[in-house]
Design a protein around this ligand. Structure first.
Ligand code: NAI
Length: 342
């Protein structure tokens, strides 16, 4: 391995994306992370450059590198192009989304001891994008579930729980109403549990009651397994338990490659103001370094990840925070404070 650098695609994204992406670049330079960035466009930024919203060259570059860090991409509401995020996850078959949600030092919230992992099936459900105009006044959206994707996700989840020494998986579902689609999701999870992973505790909760339980006492949960839309919504709910969208990282993982991105979107309300919290993307980049270390056995990546994590913990502990966390720092000032502690 010696001095060789790993190539990783960087997609700055839209809105606050370029601001928080620059923070990651600076932090990686400060720890001398063995990563060579290859910048590619997607989203509005790609359209503005006269390209497709998701250029083939971007998808091919991620396939070749095996890893990418992605800033958020804006999706028009109620009209316009299909979400870049959804397209990317489908085209690269990034079927498992992982979102760890934990309390951070120095960020006080209603609950202590929150340590959840949200695992979201990333390729089907209501995100299949099959919508039809049935008659002039009737539209329809199709929820798709396949045994292949449900079982694949269930296997991934139980393997993850085993490797990470987690104790319990809870499936959030609505199979009382969506008997076929959510019913299939449940059946696949039960089967994988009973057949291959009986040592991991397993339970199921109807999603509405599950949301109530989460906000009453999130510490009763460990790993949550959800289909696509539920995983999206519950991720933001859980982010709210630990300080908000500025502190929750994520990964979209497939068998061939992985794209790391924060849970938050492009935050148009604060874009360009220099106040976005870069931590969620920085935390996502730490996940990326650990993923490369696991996949390729490069301990330099694990060491760089550990340095960054120690530095941001210390920064928050010292009360140095962005405004979303009750502090006063802007994006660059927070990044400076973090780099000072490396
Ligand atoms: P959002 O996550 O962009 O913003 C929700 C709220 O959280 C806003 O008040 C925003 O200012 C705040 N916020 C988000 N990230 C923050 C950060 N790092 N620091 C401080 N405050 C932060 O969600 P919204 O407004 O629903 O979506 C905006 C756009 O982002 C939409 O076009 C949506 O489609 C897109 N989006 C993209 C995602 C992705 O690329 N993975 C994920 C979610 C949304």
């Amino acid at each position: 391995m010696t001095n060789k650098k790993h190539s990783a695609v960087l997609i700055p994204g839209d809105g606050i994306g370029p601001e928080v992406s620059s923070a990651v670049i600076r932090v990686f330079e400060a720890v001398d992370a063995p990563i060579q960035w290859a910048e590619h466009l997607a989203g509005i930024a790609a359209l503005d450059a006269g390209d497709d919203v998701l250029p083939n060259s971007t998808v091919e570059a991620i396939s070749a590198a095996g890893v990418a860090l992605k800033g958020p991409c804006t999706t028009p509401v109620g009209e316009g192009f299909t979400s870049v995020n959804v397209q990317l996850r489908k085209r690269l078959n990034l079927y498992a989304a992982v979102r760890p949600v934990r309390n951070l030092n120095g960020v006080s919230t209603r609950f202590d001891g929150v340590d959840l992992v949200i695992l979201r099936e990333n390729t089907e459900g209501l995100y299949s994008g099959v919508e039809n105009q049935v008659t002039d006044d009737v539209v329809m959206s199709m929820k798709v579930a396949t045994e292949t994707a449900c079982s694949r996700m269930a296997r991934w989840a139980f393997r993850y729980a085993t490797q990470r020494k987690r104790k319990k998986i809870t499936v959030f579902h609505k199979a009382n109403i969506m008997k076929m689609t959510d019913g299939l999701f449940l059946r696949c999870a039960r089967q994988v549990h009973q057949r291959d992973y009986p040592n991991i505790e397993y339970d199921e909760v109807i999603i509405d009651a599950g949301c109530m339980k989460l906000v009453q006492d999130p510490t009763q949960f460990d790993v949550l397994l959800l289909e696509n839309l539920y995983g999206d919504v519950v991720s933001d709910l859980c982010a709210g338990l630990v300080g908000g969208l500025g502190v929750v990282p994520g990964a979209n993982i497939g068998d061939e490659c992985a794209v790391f991105e924060a849970v938050h979107g492009s935050a148009p309300d604060i874009a360009g103001k220099g106040i976005a919290n870069p931590l969620a993307l920085i935390m996502s980049s730490v996940m990326m370094l650990n993923y490369i270390a696991d996949q390729r056995g490069d301990e330099r990546c694990r060491a760089a990840a550990a340095k960054i994590k120690t530095a941001y913990d210390k920064t928050l502990d010292d009360g140095q925070k962005t405004r979303d966390l009750g502090g006063e720092l802007g994006t660059n000032e927070f990044t400076d404070a973090l780099i000072d502690r490396i």
